[in-house]
Design a protein around this ligand. Sequence first.
Ligand SMILES: Cc1cc2nc3c(=O)[nH]c(=O)nc-3n(C[C@H](O)[C@H](O)[C@H](O)COP(=O)(O)O)c2cc1C
Length: 324
Amino acid sequence: MKTEITELFGIEHPIMQGGMHFVGFAEMAAAVSNAGGLGIITALTQRSPEALAAEIERCKAMTSKPFGVNLTFLPSVTPPDYPGYVRVIIESGVKVVETAGNNPQKWLPALKEAGIRVIHKCTSVRHALKAEAIGCDAVSVDGFECGGHPGEDDVPNFILLPRAAEELRVPFVASGGMATGAQLAAALALGAAGVNMGTRFIATQEAPVHDNVKQAILAATELDTRLIMRPLRNTERVLNNSAVERLLKKEQALGEKLTFADVAEEVAGVYPRIMVDGDMEAGGWSCGMVVGLIHDVPTCKNLIDSIMAEAEEVIRSRLTRLLG
Ligand SMILES: Cc1cc2nc3c(=O)[nH]c(=O)nc-3n(C[C@H](O)[C@H](O)[C@H](O)COP(=O)(O)O)c2cc1C
């Protein structure tokens, strides 16, 4: 299948893996890229620009296919060394960067000059238009159902994607809630040029996380995610657990008075304990409603092949048959 996204990134299938904190290591990115999608290393999971450089080299040793790096700009008390990470990305020769969070404008000239394709992930049409205006090559449109930070507008993909199609000129991928070939076909029908998946890629053989995380995804249904940190306007969709319930009780009790310090115990620095140690009650971790559609732990190749086969069957057969 050829789309503007397969052409832009030089990949076989219109499927990319979104940056994921403590999941997007070289093993994950290489597995997705080797399966014909676009794998992404998460820059900020690496403690320093030097560590990111080493991670990119590890990934190059595992795949000869294109892969990218995610750079997330989230509010933080002590900002990471963004100039250092950008320098390493450029020097490493990586050809795709997925930006997310705040406006990436400041970093675009350097990335573009190095011939890097930039896809910005955002949760509203107005931010997507801004990304297009500042020169991003593509946009990843993240619907309300997504794992991680869905923004504050709460527009699900059945509205957000056709709205993006109405307004955007650059190609966009559908992100949030994606797991199946029927969904890929639907996303293409709504104007997207591919899909971006997060949660679905965690439940794969190659995802370098503790098996407890994969089992938690298999056991969960579409009713098991919660939105946290809404009063802080930093909403995150996470899988429910005892820490999340404790956090939500604090949000209810403190109302408008809630500060980050009140919830830090449940969210700050919890990822290594969850993803590495498998302590599933350690805190809130990003997870999409799509868990309701995840029933197995395939290899990335089997997953992507089956998505592509189903999308093809839907387009060639199920939909075409309707026309008689
Ligand atoms: C465990 C986890 C960690 C994530 N960490 C990041 C991150 O660090 N930066 C980022 O831009 N997106 C992050 N995301 C969001 C994903 O890249 C992607 O946009 C999202 O998962 C799509 O929704 P889905 O989970 O329904 O597929 C994370 C998602 C998950 C599930």
